[in-house]
Design a protein around this ligand. Sequence first.
Ligand SMILES: [Zn+2]
Length: 411
Amino acid sequence: MQQRKRRFGEWLQELQLVESEQIEAALREQEMHPDYLGEILIRRGLIAESVRDGILILQKLLGTSTRLSEMEILPETLQAIPPRLAHAHSVFPVLQVANCLVVATSQPDDPVWQAALAERTGLKLYPVSFRASDIEMALATFYTTQQARASTGLDWISDQVPDPGPRLTFVGSGDALGSGARNQTCLHIRSKEATFLIDCGPTSLTALKQMDLSIDEIDGALMTHGHGDHFAGLPFVLLQQITQNRSRPFWIMAPQHLLDHLQAFQEMCYPGLFQLGLFEIRYLPIEDEPRPVPGTSIMVYPFAMDHMRTRLCLGYQVHLAEEKIVAYTGDTAWGEHMVNLARDTDLLVTECSYYEPGHPDAKHLSYQEIFEHRDLLKTKRLILTHMGEDMLARASETAFDTAFDGLVIDL
Ligand SMILES: [Zn+2]
């Protein structure tokens, strides 16, 4: 993978100015894996939701979803942005691919500066609305503060990175089969009171490290159901805590049967190790009553889903102290429980294994079912995840946002 990225990066440099159709055709020729653009931005911590919007716009323009790891903004482009313009309109280039430049700005509707900048750079501009604080944060992360000031002339860039508020990162957006070469399910939520995972598929520890998310900072994990693609990464996250000499407790919240199962699984993975009590693991059963995340005002509301025949599978609403409600289905078939789970939420993350309804025994959701019932899902925003191959192939046709590994949502 690493080698493929490097080759692609070199190829992009040779590309110079080409039309987006050509990029798309070249992507096909090079057999690039159809994944998502902007990994580099995400890795650099440039992960505000508004950045993602820029990426999505570019994806639409390119007619593809693409992982372009070697993407950079060319120094000439930065130099072409006069300090006066940057200052007055909070202009910041986010992403440059060939002749397309996504520009973050606090004034996306003003055509005058856009015309001026397009002329100076010779690039097609795609302005995306940013709050000034986001731009400041982006600059501060993208460069050192000094470099940022020097290369942009924005002397108001401060050393302080503003607090982005509660944030959800898709550590794993794949299904059990790793469709689309995605990581298996894992969500990461960072809020002012706690940082925790929801589900922890086998690929999670590596993915957390790839995304520069601190393992040490994780307070606990909320688990939806007893399928390996949702829990089998947990022993490794716990193992990492041992090597880091963790002393504070780690909580695991799940239905009782899954807590029992997890303890047995940990024992199978590393016999005796977790019995040593090197740090405390708190097992917190949750079934039909809400319960708080330990030591916080965060409340977790369980909703029984329809997935495993003989075991309780839960979806969760997490009510954060910042007055944001995030819901996640885990795995489930369609039913009235989806309506209850979605109600009054700021964000609903829902599994979407198939495009068309699958075999009824499979007990998963399809895009068509979600779309058909969309008016019943009273959420401010809906994001599809846990997509199988047929769903991924048609993801660009969908009416909803789709997750990808590394996607960050500022709640
Ligand atoms: Zn699953």
